[in-house]
Design a protein around this ligand. Sequence first.
Ligand SMILES: Nc1ncnc2c1ncn2[C@@H]1O[C@H](COP(=O)(O)OP(=O)(O)OP(=O)(O)O)[C@@H](O)[C@H]1O
Length: 628
Amino acid sequence: MSDLEKQVQNLNINEGENDSNQNASSYVPPHLRNKRGGQSRSFNDRSNAGQSSRFSNNGGFSRGNGGVGNNRGSRGGFYGNGGGRSNDSRFNGGHPGRGRWVNGEHVPGTKNENLEIQLFGVAEDPSFQSSGINFDSYDDIPVEASGTDVPEAITEFTSPPLDSLLLENIHLARFTKPTPVQKYSVPIVAQGRDLMACAQTGSGKTGGFLFPVLSQSFKNGPAPVPEDLKRSFLRKGNPTALVLAPTRELATQIYDEAKKFTYRSWVRPVVIYGGSDVGTQIRELERGCDLLVATPGRLNDLLERGRVSLANVKYLVLDEADRMLDMGFEPQIRHIVDGCDMPDANNRQTLMFSATFPDDIQHLARDFLNDYIFLSVGRVGSTSENITQRILYVEDMDKKSALLDLLAAENDGLTLIFVETKRMADELTDFLIMQDFMATAIHGDRTQIERERALAAFKGGRANVLVATAVAARGLDIPNVTHVINYDLPTDIDDYVHRIGRTGRAGNTGVATSFFNRGNRNVVKGLNDLLIEANQEVPDFVTDVLRESGRSGKSSGYSSRNNSSRDFRKSGSNTGGWGNNSRSSSSRGGWGASKPASGGWGESRSSSNGGWGNSGTSGSSANKSSWW
Ligand SMILES: Nc1ncnc2c1ncn2[C@@H]1O[C@H](COP(=O)(O)OP(=O)(O)OP(=O)(O)O)[C@@H](O)[C@H]1O
């Protein structure tokens, strides 16, 4: 048990008086503890003794200022986009650190030591995530790959099959062996196949798409520029690979990773997202764009302005694919994929990645894929066992006190707190700042620059508490997040999976604490199932609320959205069509029967038929998603 876990346990937050009424297990706020005879800590105790020097030198840290500057620069920096570009001459060909494609051959650039340090850091640099003690146990997670002619997985990073320059960059990143999703994605993409991959949070899905796409791109070079593009008056970004991500911060993070793995290659990555200067992004596209990372709103905007052509796209990647295809994004994605000049599914490769893949989204995704392989590392939507999950019964009115107790018990490490609304994010941040915590906030009502500063302050440890809405739930990889707190539980269990996945990444361990009360009964079934599956303690009050709400039985009428345990093509209601060729692996074995149900494909066409509509210039990546 980690120190943090012990301390949380010692708080006795759920060990109030044990009478049999419905609040028996609820949190006892500090001001009531003495009256009830017996609870220990008070808020004053916390501030006098429990609050360590970690919080002492805060000197009026404010939500708004979050510490300017970003050590790795989300927008600026050396290659960067969005203002702050300081080293543009590297792209004039032949400059150290940048390669070229000449007469059908890849000519890697020469080494650039300063750039290497900027990109890859030095060993033990805490601002880079290093793999944790449980990294090797990823190998024990059952993997199943289903579809026709599934290729054999690789077991190591070697060249071949990986391109030798990519291999050098992987070594510079200090990655010694592939994670399960990377082991499979490399040969699957190399064989020209489409992929829907589902693997737990923090298990290397970004490399899972970047490695195979870049390896193939380094070997094959760019596609010839179409004649009409050559004649075009406007200079357009003309990428070979397009990666779509749901949030600006995630797009930036993928771009940062792409910069590492394209080092010294001909591939020039560019990122575009809403909320920042579109003119700067257009200039970046004009300078050359081989791998484009984008949020859907800004990409649609620049497509409409004629600044991007997708005619040369060979690889389309949807990261957080279920989020990308859910109600908020589907029209925008359809417009990008079907409504512009992108090659059709037979003439590109499409890769989708997420930790969760509800059945309905799998149905929808089929429209974008061609004879794909479905890869699941562990059960679809499961949580990593590297995360210790704790559920505390806390009534709404007691949440602030409970939070103070939790924060007082922290040692090192960063704490990420999720709330449901933007207003609550601000309110709670202000409250924490008033209590002398170095807190900052990220949510959709903040300006992009405020969001970036808040994230930079958190990553750099200048703010060790970040209060966030769902905008920070997906994909963000922040080293040293040791504790995730669901101050408000989400209403969708898949969101819970992604939120707690901000800790316990790359084989490191982490703790996730969630405040639960009867108002969360809509998520209790999914929560109960997840806890059991991840071998976590299920508190009695969860079982009680489950029983009360009549959701414990199979026929309760409750249906978790994430009811998929595998490739939906295998479920009885579906109709195969892809044969029976699947691979299972891991020392513990696979997922049981892998024969598909018989029949055709079923009927599930997507509900929405496009009409992305809003072509405004806001570039919002999720203009329908007011919840963040
Ligand atoms: N082969 C590897 N060896 C060591 N570390 C790795 C390897 N692959 C990825 N990592 C590291 O693991 C961390 C998590 O990776 P990544 O962000 O790609 O996870 P993910 O599966 O996409 O998570 P999420 O579901 O939250 O988006 C990153 O810090 C990354 O650098």
